[in-house]
Design a protein around this ligand. Structure first.
Ligand code: 5GP
Ligand code: ZN
Length: 118
């Protein structure tokens, strides 16, 4: 089990120490609205446990990335974006734009999403 990090913003959102607009609390994940949304629906889905990024989470072999994908789909259905289409993105590493090093899936939808992204 990956311990919570006292210096991690997203660990603090999991514990409630930092407020967030939470849309789903699951056994293994928490989903909340991004503070700077890039689409009409922009939700971050994170594991309760701390892993730095998607690679570290996947290598832990605990099904964390599966949890995020499954729970993101459930949130997409609840938000009404599952039928029109949504994107689930893991920025992994600073070079890919990752700024918070607690793994999170960006669930984006509610508008047309170009491919490839910028
Ligand atoms: P990254 O750049 O690491 O892939 O994504 C981090 C995301 O966290 C960004 O989209 C950013 O807007 C969001 N974010 C940063 N600080 C906070 C915060 O305090 N609360 C919420 N809800 N989102 C945050
Ligand atoms: Zn954390």
């Amino acid at each position: 089990m990956a311990a919570s990090r006292p210096d991690c913003l997203f660990c603090k959102i999991v514990t409630g120490e930092v407020p967030a607009e939470i849309v789903r609390k699951g056994e293994r994940t928490v989903a909340f609205r991004d503070i700077n949304p890039q689409a009409p629906t922009h939700i971050l889905v994170i594991p309760r446990e701390h892993y730095a990024d998607a690679g570290e989470a996947a290598r832990a072999g605990a099904g964390i990335v599966d949890d995020i994908a499954r729970d993101s789909h459930e949130v997409a259905v609840a938000e009404g974006i599952a039928d029109t289409g949504y994107r689930l993105v893991f920025n992994t590493g600073a070079g890919a734009g990752q700024t918070i090093f607690h793994v999170h899936g960006h669930l984006l939808g509610g508008r047309g999403l170009e491919w490839p992204p910028g």
